[in-house]
Structure formats: structure tokens, C-alpha cells
Design a protein around this ligand. Structure first.
Ligand code: NA7
Length: 534
């Protein structure tokens, strides 16, 4: 039997939950379909030890309900995964969301019917849903990269992927553990695993830049100041470059300061920690000279912290500009290499050749371990959508439409796919921003659109191909003005063999993007085609 809905929302993470809440407010009959057994999305799956947010807790939270914001008390400057998941569970209960969320249900396909102007959505379990709108709230980092190492099936011990950590946790006491990868997930988890395990061997292909979090209990004065000025803070967040204020973006140019002055700025920010270092100067991400100055400072810090000079040199990134792969924020990452039970293997020096029954073999030798942690990242931004069989006008599949890389208008819609929306899709600021601020912007903008369509009896909206082309050009042009495309990062899909190399997120800034989206809406949804019911 086919279920009829106004909207199918795919995913019960931060986006899907808020979308459901807003749709209900509009009187729409919406239902969320979630592959996991509970709410939380990213924070449901990423339970590896040390997982925590890189944006200060008071900023990484919903703003839509002032009551919610005032009643929830964060305990740490950077909330850890269990606390964020508890918060999202609280939100689900407080707004009674669960009754419209179907868990353990993966969406298999969604097909647009041109005759009816509606979508037929199918679950993997065989349910069929007929809906006017489909909102993909499927997340940007939700599909883990499958490990594809030679010999991996032979390994006799347990293996784990940071993005699919067992819910019951893992006890590494007395174990020798290999960690493959040194991105944010590895950088957060290695110091925790090293506290427990007998031995940790870190297999690094590319070193990452990481800055100290200086995490600790959240300061009451930070909370008070935030709440005392809540409305203004939230407004400033929405119009800021990256959707958060605690990075304290500096307008000064590194290249225009004297050596001492520049060093002082960096030292001060290193002492504060977190993304304040990434926002130390306005020219870091556009001027190679400025970037090199900051990169050198970071390298000096690594050499200061890591006692063994050889290990320190291996940890210094050399292949790409500072911050052009996602800057990591750590708690004791570089320090962990001063422990006797942690060893760093540089896979550029001695490439990984195979996984054996008992461990990992590189061209430099055999490393016997009891467990392997794959911290090898995600099929970012397009991974979740490419795993659903989505077809739009004329039966064209999203896979074909995106064969040369994802194309969207505003990161919200794809030409030829009417009434199908992506939240934090490719072409939106998404992963280059405070995700919650970006999510709320998308969802609010979509909610206004749904209200508009309802009021005027409109049946469909779709992106005009020429607006999409112009937007894709603009997204590329914005990226090309920065140093970001230089790095082989997941922003470009470079971490997935065969994925088209396209800079996916919009780097023009959260505030600028919002202003643009608002102007599009104010001008009768410029660049979109709206059609009345037949
Ligand atoms: P990332 O940042 O994509 O990091 C993955 C790491 O795994 C990175 O160091 C990769 O090295 C390494 N990797 C991937 N494949 C391999 C193979 N085959 N061999 C060796 N090493 C490999 O993912 P995370 O989960 O850490 O972080 C994702 C985001 O989550 C993060 O940026 C934050 O936004 C939160 P590479 O650099 O490709 O050489």
C-alpha cells in the first residue's frame, strides 16, 4: 500500500529534525526516514573515542528556539559526542519529533513522475511513499570510505571504522592497535586510544595541520555573555563568513605586519586555541606568502611539542597550504607522540603494501597488531545521494546528472529534479561553515518557499538549467580565488579514487550566501521555475 505524504525527509540528523519541525509548523504532513536506529546523524554514527565538535558548544546548537537554547546547559567548551547526541535526543523529545521519524529505514529510490508532478519514494524494505516534496537531509560526511587494502580480509583481529564505531564501545586495554589515517577523526581518537592500549601504531599518508582545542569546562561567563546578547550574537553568526563568532576573524593581513607583531598574533591565538588560529589573518587562504608564514609557525609548534626530531619532521605537513585541508582541532595530538607506546609510520616513506593475518606490512617492515582502526574518512558531500537511485525529469538519474561532478543551484536544487531539495548540498557553504547555522538557513529558506507555494497553489519548483550553470561557475570561481583547490582534499573529492575533481562547497561565505538566497526569494525565486497545479 502506498503512503501519501506532503514530504519525505531523508535523514534524522540535525537537518532532518529541524526540517520536520518546520514542516509541521506549516501544516505539512511530513515524515523522516532514517537508516540508523535513532536520531543524531553524524553524532549517532561517529562514536569513536575523543569525538567532539570543533566549534564552541554555545555556537554549535540550534538557534530556532530561545527556550531550548536557554534550558540546555553545555558542560564543555567543545562538547563531546555523547553530550551532543544527548542534546539532539532532548530536541527530539522536546519537540515530539519521534512520532514522525521512521528509524532503521533506508531510502532506496526516489523517482519523479512528470504526469502527476509527484515523487515515488521506495524504502529498502519495500515500502512505497507518494510525496510532493523530497528533502535530502542526508549529511555531508555520512558515508564512510570503505577500506580497500590488499589482504584486509585475512586479518584475524577486529577492525573498526571511526565513522561506524560500535555503540557498545571498544576496550583496547592490553591491545596493540593500528590506526590508519591522520585526519580529524584520527587526530581526535589517537590520544584517547593511546591512554588505554598497550601500543598504538599510527600509519600516516599525509600529515594534517592541527591546532590545540584547549578544551575544558565551559566558562560560566562565556555562557552568560552569549545568552545576554543572544539575539545579536545569533544575527552576527548568520551574517558572518563561517557561521560562528568564536574564531574571532582578524581583518589584518599577515603580510602587512612586522615579524614580531605577526608572531604575537599567532602566539595569542595558539594560546586561545581552536579555529582562532585559522582566522588569524584575512590573507591566510588567499595569499601564498601569508599562508607560508602561518604554516611555518605551525611547523615550529610541532617541533616544539614533539620531542623526537625525526617524528616531528614526519608530522609537519609539506604538500599543501595551511588550512586547505580541513584544519583539525585536537586535545593532545602532537603530545601523544611523546608517549612510549605510540609510534608513527610515514606511508610516504614506506608505503603500506598489505594487511596480513596478524597486522600491517609496509615496505619498511611488518607491524603486528591486535586491532585495526580505519580512520580513512568519507565519500563527502555526494556519497549519500549517489547511493540512492534518484531520477528526475525524463528518467534522468542524479548519478548521470552529476557524472562530471555535482551541479546545483544554490546548493539547494538540481535542474531537472523538481521539488527535490538538498540541505547543505554541494554548492552551499556547508562543510566550510558552522553546520548548524547553515542548516537552519537552508531549512528556514525552504520553509518560506513551501509556505509561498502553498499560498499560491503552486505544484512544483525547479532550478532553471542556466541558473544552475551560472551558480556552478560562481562556486568554482570563488574557490579558484583561494588556495583551497591546491590541496588533494575531500572538498574536491580527491580522497575517493575516480571521483570527479570539483571543489564542492561554496567558499563565498555564510553571510554572503544568505544575502544571495534572500535576494533570490525576494525576487520571486529568481532562477527557479515555479508551476501551478495542472
Ligand atoms: P579525513 O579528513 O578524510 O581523513 C582521512 C585520513 O585517512 C587522511 O589522513 C587520509 O590520508 C587517510 N587515508 C585515506 N585513505 C587512505 C589509504 N588508503 N591509506 C592510508 N591513509 C588513507 O576523514 P576524517 O574522518 O578524519 O575527518 C572527516 C571530517 O570530519 C573532518 O574533516 C571534519 O570535518 C570532521 P590522505 O590525506 O588522503 O593522504
Amino acid at each position: 500500500m502506498t503512503k501519501t505524504l506532503d514530504a519525505v525527509i531523508i535523514g534524522a540528523g540535525i537537518s532532518g529534525m529541524y526540517m520536520l519541525h518546520r514542516m509541521r509548523g506549516l501544516g505539512l504532513n511530513a515524515r523522516v526516514y532514517e537508516a540508523g536506529a535513532d536520531v543524531g546523524g553524524t553524532w549517532y554514527w561517529n562514536r569513536y573515542p575523543g569525538a567532539r565538535v570543533d566549534i564552541e558548544s554555545q555556537e554549535y546548537s540550534y538557534s530556532f528556539s530561545e527556550e531550548l537554547e536557554r534550558e540546555w546547559k553545555w558542560t564543555e567548551r567543545y562538547a563531546a559526542q555523547p553530550e551532543i547526541l544527548a542534546y539532539l535526543n532532548h530536541v527530539a523529545d522536546r519537540f515530539d519529533l519521534r512520532r514522525d521519524i521512521q528509524f532503521d529505514t533506508r531510502i532506496a529510490s526516489a523517482a519523479f513522475d512528470e504526469a502527476t508532478g509527484r515523487w515515488t519514494v521506495k524504502t529498502e524494505g519495500g515500502e512505497t511513499i507518494d510525496a510532493k516534496f523530497v528533502v535530502a537531509a542526508t549529511g555531508c560526511l555520512s558515508v564512510p570510505n570503505e577500506p580497500k587494502f590488499q589482504g584486509q580480509d585475512r586479518f584475524k583481529g577486529p577492525t573498526y571504522h571511526t565513522g561506524r564505531w560500535p555503540h557498545e564501545g571498544v576496550d583496547f586495554t592490553g591491545k596493540r592497535v593500528a590506526v590508519i589515517g591522520t585526519g580529524s577523526s584520527a587526530i581526535q581518537s589517537i590520544p584517547q586510544i593511546a591512554k588505554q592500549a598497550d601500543k598504538v601504531i599510527v600509519f600516516q599518508r599525509t600529515p594534517n595541520y592541527s591546532v590545540p582545542a584547549h578544551n575544558g569546562p565551559i566558562k560560566p561567563e562565556v555562557v552568560e555573555a552569549w545568552l545576554a546578547n543572544r539575539d545579536q550574537n545569533r544575527q552576527e553568526q548568520r551574517l558572518s563568513p563561517a557561521g560562528f563568532l568564536s574564531s574571532n576573524a582578524n581583518e589584518a593581513l599577515a603580510t602587512q605586519l612586522g615579524d614580531n607583531e605577526r608572531r604575537q598574533v599567532l602566539e595569542d591565538r595558539w594560546a586561545v586555541g581552536g579555529f582562532t588560529i585559522g582566522a588569524a589573518f584575512a590573507d591566510i587562504s588567499v595569499d601564498p606568502v601569508a599562508n607560508a608564514m602561518v604554516a611555518e609557525f605551525a611547523a615550529e609548534k610541532i617541533r616544539e611539542i614533539v620531542k623526537d626530531p625525526k617524528t616531528a619532521e614526519k608530522l609537519v605537513p609539506r604538500d599543501y597550504p595551511f588550512g586547505t585541508k580541513r584544519l583539525c582541532v585536537d586535545t593532545g595530538y602532537y603530545e601523544v607522540f611523546n608517549r612510549d607506546n605510540v609510534e608513527l609510520i610515514d606511508l610516504k616513506e614506506t608505503p603500506l603494501s598489505t594487511i596480513t593475518e596478524t597486522g600491517v606490512t609496509t615496505t619498511g617492515g611488518d607491524f603486528e597488531v591486535d586491532a585495526i582502526v580505519f580512520a580513512i574518512g568519507f565519500d563527502a558531500m555526494t556519497g549519500a545521494l549517489s547511493r540512492i537511485d534518484i531520477s528526475g525529469r525524463g528518467g534522468q538519474t542524479l548519478k548521470d546528472a552529476w557524472a562530471e561532478g555535482p551541479k546545483t543551484y544554490l546548493g539547494l536544487m538540481v535542474a531537472g529534479f523538481p521539488n527535490f531539495f538538498t540541505v547543505t548540498g554541494p554548492g552551499s557553504p556547508s562543510v566550510l561553515s558552522n553546520m548548524i547555522v547553515s542548516i537552519e538557513q537552508h531549512v528556514d529558506w525552504l520553509s518560506d518557499l513551501f509556505a509561498f507555494m502553498g499560498m499560491y497553489g503552486l505544484a512544483t519548483i525547479e532550478a532553471a538549467p542556466e541558473s544552475q550553470t551560472a551558480w556552478v561557475e560562481h562556486v568554482n570561481e570563488a574557490a579558484s580565488k583561494t588556495l583551497y583547490p591546491v590541496a588533494n582534499s575531500w572538498y574536491l573529492g580527491a580522497n575517493v579514487p575516480g571521483k570527479p575533481r570539483v571543489f564542492m562547497p561554496y567558499i563565498g561565505g555564510v553571510g554572503a550566501y544568505r544575502t544571495l538566497c534572500d535576494a533570490v526569494a525576494a525576487n520571486g525565486y529568481m532562477g527557479f521555475k515555479l508551476r501551478p497545479a495542472a
